[in-house]
Every structure is written in C-alpha cells, then in structure tokens.
Design a protein around this ligand. Sequence first.
Ligand code: NOJ
Length: 462
Amino acid sequence: MELFGFRLPEDFLIGTANSAFQSEGAWDRDGKSESVMDYYAREFAGKEVANQSAFVERSRYSEELPDRGCYFYDNYEAYIEDMQKTGQNTFRLALAWTRIIPTGFGEVNQKGIDFYNKVIDKFLTCGITLLVDLLHWDLPQCLMELGGYENPDFPKWFEAYAKVCFEAFGDRVKMWSTFNENAIAVTNGYFYGSFPPFRKDTRLGLLAAHHTILAHFRAVRAYRATNQGGKIGAVNCITDTTPAEPCEEDIGAVARQQEFTFGWWVQPMLEGTYPQRVLRECPVIRENMPENYQQDLDAWFAPMDYIGLNYYISQRTEYNPDTLLLSNRVESFYSTPGQSYASYPAGLFDVVQYIGDRYHNIEMYITENGCAMPNSGDEEKDCEDDARITYIREHLRSCARLIRAGYNLKGYYYWNDADSYEELDGYKLRFGLTWVDSKTGRRRWKKSRYYFSKICKSRLIN
Ligand code: NOJ
C-alpha cells in the first residue's frame, strides 16, 4: 500500500457528465418534441414553486428557459475535442427520449438517431468511452399528459424506447443507465410537489415510483436479451446523513431517510424488495402501497450490474412524528444556511462505504459530484474558480482512499462538463469546468478544467 499521495488506478474511469435537456439546446429542432422540463420551465418561468431542497421552502423558477442548454447540439464536436484535450477517458451522456420517439411511443425519429450516432462516433474517435443514460428527467410531455409514471403502461413505453436505443447504439455503447435520480423525479414530483408534475399525493407517488422500478426491470431484461455484452445499472442520488442528536430516535430517523430516499430505489433494483423498515415504521407509506407490489417485483426482478451514485451534500436528520418518514432533515454543520449545495468531501467516503458494505461491494461509480457557484456576471472571476479546484481535489482524494480501502469504486464523473441550464436556477447557478456564455455559446476553460486535466493525465491527485 502506498502511504503518501493519492493515485487513481489506470483503469479508473474519470471524466465529466451532462444531461440532454441541460446541455443540448435545439429543444424543438429536427423533430424533437417538448419534454416535461421544457414545458414546466415555460409554465413556471419567474413564478414561485415549492423547493426541492430540504432546507429552502419555496423558490422562484428561473425566467430563463432550457432552450439553448450549453449549445451542445450545434457544438458537440468542439465540446468532445475539448474533452479529449482534457485527457478524460469517459463521459456520461444522456439521450433525449423526445428526440428519439417524439410521440413517446410509436414512430422513431430518424433525425434523432442520426444526431446521437454522430455524437457517439465522435466520442469513440476521440478515445472517450460512454456511460449513457436513457432518461434524465426529461420525460416527453405528451406522456406526462397521459399520466406519465402513474400510467400502468409506463413500463411498456419505457421498455420500447430502451429497445430502440439498444438496437441503434448498443454496438458502441457498453455502459447503460436506465434512470437518473428517479427518486428526485418521483419524490419531489409527488410527495413534495416541487418537480414535474407538481403533485402532492402519496398514493400516486408510490404508484409512480413502483412503475419506474418495473420500467427499469423491463429495460434490464431487454438489454440482457440483446446479448450486446455491456453493463446496465441506474443512477441514484445519495446524501450523507447523520443523526441531529446522539439519540436512538434520531438514529432511527436517519435509517428511514436513507432507506427511503436511496434504498427505496436501489434495494428493489438489486434485491427485488422494498426496505422493510420503511414499510414497518411509516404507516402512511404502508397503507398507500400499490396493490400486489411484491408480486410485481417478483415477476419482473432483474438485478443490475452496478450502482451509479450522485453525491453532493450531507444532512442531519431528526425524529419528527408529523412527517411521512417520521423524520425531518435539518441543515448539516457543514452548510451555509439556506444554501442547497454545501460541500462535504468526507461524506463521499461514508456513502460509498455504506453502499459497498450493504450491497456486497457491488461495482460503483460516482456518476455526479460537482461544485455549484453563482454566475457573477464577471467572466474573469468565474474562470478563476479556485474553490472548485479544492472541491475536486478533496472529493477525488475520498475516491482514492476508498479504492485503497478495497471498495469497488470504478469511476468518477464531475458534474458538469460545461455551464448549462440548471432546473429552477437557469444559468445563474453554474457547475461547469468550461465557462459558457449563455447568450452566444462562447466557451472558455476555467482554471478547474486545467487542474482536472492534470489529474486525468497523471492519475495523481496533488
Ligand atoms: C442532479 C441532477 O441529476 C442534475 O440534473 C443537476 O443539474 C444536478 N443534480 C445539480 O443540481
């Protein structure tokens, strides 16, 4: 064992990520239809909605629309060449269902397929392997109008879409993810009412959640049937959660939080069951479960190959009998009051350790981890992003420690590749390694990209 310094293994995947609705732009070109993210950004522009963060009750939807993203649709070649120069060996790419099957189910849009073929080929020519997401929140709005995740046909629609993608791209894509954070889409969409479709209905939320899990199984089975020889998993978010006070009630509250916000999605995907503790201890959840849910899980269960983890924040949790989970999230001692993205690099170690121990050291990837900074309006200042350098260094050190400790951590994707549209915040909150002028698409490497590049090339974290 090396005692000094931090080294990432040669076969470790290291790169950046982005999603379709946040990066592509061209939201209505070449046959693409409107997604829920396009639709609600228009519907709520400038208006107040409940906030998806645990710590801020309401926030104002940005007046800016995701129509331009970071101009990836038009500039993908330049973006990919930049990634090649960075020395990264991977990228996490999301496909837009609305580009591939604009009507949700039925006819395939050849122009959508052609676009992603060009993009995938360019990545491969540049020596960058892909992890491809089938759905990163941007469900076709036409499907949402039919009930979206609530509709019992949702798993079938998703399977049909997944099959089109496997057939079109599976010869070159060997790492797939079914859903990005369906926990957020469903929990915030149905329990907190802060995300499309902005409902507050526990019964429908549990049904919607169940359908996304069945949809995931169907896609996993369809993928295995192709014999394309790659891996398929799902991307979920996890928060490092500790008890607010050192007492048994708060420890129980932490367990319920973790088993609902994370375990509710990952445990069925790996073991075919919902977390018993939540069912036992949370009567509102138990009483609102879909009928015959266990029979459905038994009928469709297909374990996935890896877990994708989006890690950003830590939180403390206290017992509170008046909430769905009998637990309440309170701000962590690491955060600045009211700020939703407080950095806690040691938490990355904790969550990977927790999952590795809980799920037999399954293959894990950090599929998102990123530093949010406000757009100051001053290009020079925003490109001198020393705080982001510290953020990357410390989180990657946690990765190196985990690997050293024997955890099966196989990759890290910084979120995100370039300043893009952020749900609720528009272009005001930026995560990118590349600075982007949201009005023209002009790009410039930030200091953090040069730093990240050195790590990608040397595998050493200074
Ligand atoms: C997770 C989501 O997957 C991504 O779309 C979002 O931009 C980041 N969190 C940052 O909020």
